[in-house]
Design a protein around this ligand. Structure first.
Ligand SMILES: [Zn+2]
Length: 138
């Protein structure tokens, strides 16, 4: 019964629409500052590093490493009951920003900090794809 409860979907804010549009096309695209040329996440209206309002979205490698993680063994939301145990991780991209995400394709017992990972896209419905990560291929 619990797996009939829908999971919550992302509700993009105006500044994150380009991020979600790219994800739908299976690209990981982040805001990059035109002044200091650094990426940041989550999207916002000004550079997190130098506060410049001038930026564009640019595709990133999709490669990174597990910076930190937790394993959920308890069901806090019924929609996720079928997933426990699952990993919620902070992935640090090669380009610098860190994303809160899930690690797929590996037992939760084998996830480690510093583990190389790469992006995969979870197509939750016809309109929405959520960037998640799996162990990097060699
Ligand atoms: Zn900047």
């Amino acid at each position: 019964m619990s797996d009939t409860i829908p999971k919550p979907k992302p509700r993009p804010a105006p500044e994150s629409i380009p991020y979600w549009k790219a994800a739908h096309e299976h690209r990981l695209s982040l805001p990059k500052c035109d002044a200091c040329e650094q990426f940041w996440f989550p999207p916002s209206n000004a550079c997190r590093h130098c506060l410049s309002p001038n930026f564009h979205f640019e595709d990133v490698s999709g490669r990174g490493k597990v910076y930190s993680f937790v394993t959920y063994h308890r069901v806090y939301r019924p929609a996720f009951a079928a997933d426990v145990p699952y990993v919620v991780a902070l992935v640090e991209l090669e380009e610098g920003p860190r994303l809160l995400t899930n690690i797929l394709g590996i037992s939760h017992e084998d996830v480690r900090c510093e583990m190389p990972v790469e992006v995969v896209f979870d197509d939750v419905d016809a309109d929405t794809s959520i960037p998640k990560f799996k162990p990097a291929s060699a």
